[in-house]
Design a binder for this molecule. Sequence first.
Ligand SMILES: NC(=O)N[C@@H](CC(=O)O)C(=O)O
Ligand SMILES: [Zn+2]
Ligand SMILES: [Zn+2]
Length: 433
Amino acid sequence: MLIANATLANGRTVDVRVEGERIDAVGSLGGEPDVDADGKLLLPGAIDAHVHFREPGFPHKETWETGSRSAAAGGVTTVVDQPNTDPPTVDGAGFDGKAELARESYVDYGINGGVIEDWDPDELFDRPLFALGEVFLADSTGEMGIDAELFEEAVGRAAAEDVTVTVHAEDATLFDEDALSNAGEGVGRDADADAWSTYRSADAEVRAIERACEVGSGSGARVHVAHTTTPEGIDAASEAGATCEVCPHHLFLSRDDLDDLGTYGRMNPPLRNEERREAVFERVRDGTVDLVATDHAPHTREEKETGIREAPSGVPGVETMVPLLLAAAERGELSRERVRDLTATNPARLFELPRKGEVREGMDADLALYDPERVETIRGEALHSKAGWTPFEGRDGVFPELTLVRGSVVYERGEADGKDEAFGGAVGRNVRG
Ligand SMILES: NC(=O)N[C@@H](CC(=O)O)C(=O)O
Ligand SMILES: [Zn+2]
Ligand SMILES: [Zn+2]
């Protein structure tokens, strides 16, 4: 396949030849193109290092099929699934069962292993684990919070096995219980959602990040802090030599949006104030933050239509990550190269995926083509997750027109002239083989 006249993130216009699963050549190639990109933006497929695709256990929320279609339609060509499924991915059978289901995936994937009191590290480390994590230092969906002693043991094992540990860093002993018990009684969009942000305080996150980094440094393990929401936490991780990620919801939403979102804006860690959001955005722009990942955590509308104390935590996001970032790039809020690095090049380097994350000869042909001039309004009902809603309703997004996974077209958007949106098949593979 020859893709002609594509503009790369660095501004160069090139032709890209795909041969089988790989990029065969990048440059001025000539020849009859299969796709005339006409100057549109070609990015390496995004690697979303943090998704919850809910299978096994909760297929009414999402399946590997629906989650990975949503990924493909958002320019994401690799996802990393988290262990809080049912059964949880904490032993050999849990891993193998999930690996079987993941064969339905349209995009490439990694599978993380988790830690609970009766996990089986010997069996887990015997499997092609992507990383150990997310290790929950406080309860979130799935109630997999562990104590300090087990965390130290798990980090020690990961260091010995040379596997990265990804951490959900919140310290539940520092949560403001009163804020939650005093929260209002509204339901769904009318819920007193701001109470959730007071309850799971910024301080509880910062202290847990500091502690997790200490344990990491002590054992020589590579620690990656998931979904950071505070400039203090990002700086602490960076100073300790840990890596960290930020989610689109913490970049583009703040406590100011909770009046509209209600329980639809409840997630862990929660939304912070505007001042913190801006400080986090600054660290994403300047490269202090290593990567953006979505923590795609779909729940149904019915599940969200309860009070702030009862609603499940989490928001969908795998399909809107690159679109939101590209729209922000169009507004001049960060560069296209930064978008490429945060969503593809950096996660590939950090998690050691040598054939992914760049548009370059010899790499996997994981590619997504965008028309940056086509800024659309994000609509939950147009997205492909089972959730059917998005916290980014009404925001701007630049969506892909074409997505390739190792040379196979997995997504092609519909056109006004009657051509239907089309999905390829389940071509996804485990990136740790
Ligand atoms: N982030 C969330 O609020 N929810 C996640 C779990 C998690 O990442 O903590 C989920 O699985 O629903
Ligand atoms: Zn988490
Ligand atoms: Zn998560």
